[in-house]
Design a protein around this ligand. Structure first.
Ligand code: NAD
Length: 246
């Protein structure tokens, strides 16, 4: 029997990038997966079809996690479709570089609305139905602890995520629900491959293991975090970065 057989997982923002990698890995480990997307049904369907082709179970559900009104319906859809919810992976996030000079109130609000408020409200809604043994994974970033000068707002959202991982772990521990943060270093995705092309040498130079990360590197860590092998881990964030620090 595979590690996650009989479990149901939601992965927010999993129509592409790291989220798609996590959705595919959890499905390969036996979970039935809700592939959440906010815009592209087509991209989400591609992920669902890839999971089905590999013998897994998945369905796509639209919800913009920056809109509080769309969060409860996502949790309800998972329970309606698969009968239960065991795992929530808070992956959806936006990233815009800024500097003290260029940052705006609009960008600040958009980052916090998704990266922090969306994560917290999704956790609140999920916690109402998660059983003992349930797991919440928060996707953080190495920039939370090792920030970079021109990424003020994004880095501070991930600092808030790490704080929430700690406090939520404490609140949900007595119910035997674990909360684990995963902090990726630089990960190459379809979305950033072009924009990060010129940065690759710099980023690899900062990474002791000598390469950029791939979605499957992060997915493997999430698969561990939600498994019983991580049953004594909660309220903390694990760096998955090849050792990268700025
Ligand atoms: P990405 O832009 O490729 O994917 C982000 C996903 O979130 C997409 O599926 C997108 O559709 C979804 N999304 C965006 N806005 C949404 C909304 N309002 N509601 C629901 N979904 C929404 O990004 P990624 O690089 O795959 O990042 C995934 C997570 O990993 C993010 O939390 C990001 O901060 C974190 N992270 C990424 C890296 C990296 O180098 N790629 C490094 C550290 C942390």
């Amino acid at each position: 029997m595979r590690k996650l057989t009989g479990k149901v997982a939601i992965v927010t923002g999993s129509s592409k990038g790291i989220g798609a990698g996590i959705a595919e890995r959890l499905a390969a480990d036996g979970a039935a997966v809700v592939v959440n997307y906010s815009r592209s049904a087509q991209d989400a369907d591609v992920v669902v079809r890839r999971i089905a082709a590999a013998g897994g179970q998945a369905t796509a559900v639209k919800a913009d996690l920056s809109d509080p009104a769309q969060i409860q319906p996502l949790i309800d859809a998972a329970v309606a479709h698969f009968g239960q919810l065991d795992i929530l992976v808070n992956n959806a996030g936006i990233y815009q570089p800024d500097s003290l000079d260029s940052l705006t109130a609009e960008s600040f609000d958009a980052h916090f609305a998704l990266n922090v408020r969306g994560l917290l409200l999704a956790t609140q809604a999920a916690a109402r139905v998660l059983p003992a043994g349930g797991v919440i994974v928060n996707i953080s970033s190495g920039l939370a602890k090792s920030p970079y000068p021109v990424v003020h707002v994004y880095s501070s959202t991930k600092g808030a995520v790490d704080t929430l991982t700690r406090s939520l772990g404490m609140e949900l521990g007595p119910r035997r629900i674990r909360v684990v943060g995963i902090a990726p270093g630089f990960v190459k995705t379809e979305g950033n491959a072009e924009s990060a092309k010129d940065m690759t040498d710099f980023l690899v130079g900062k990474t002791p293991l000598g390469r950029v990360g791939m979605p499957m590197d992060i997915a493997a860590a999430v698969a561990f975090a939600v498994s019983d092998d991580a049953g004594w881990i909660t309220g903390t964030t694990i760096d998955v970065s090849g050792g990268m620090v700025f």
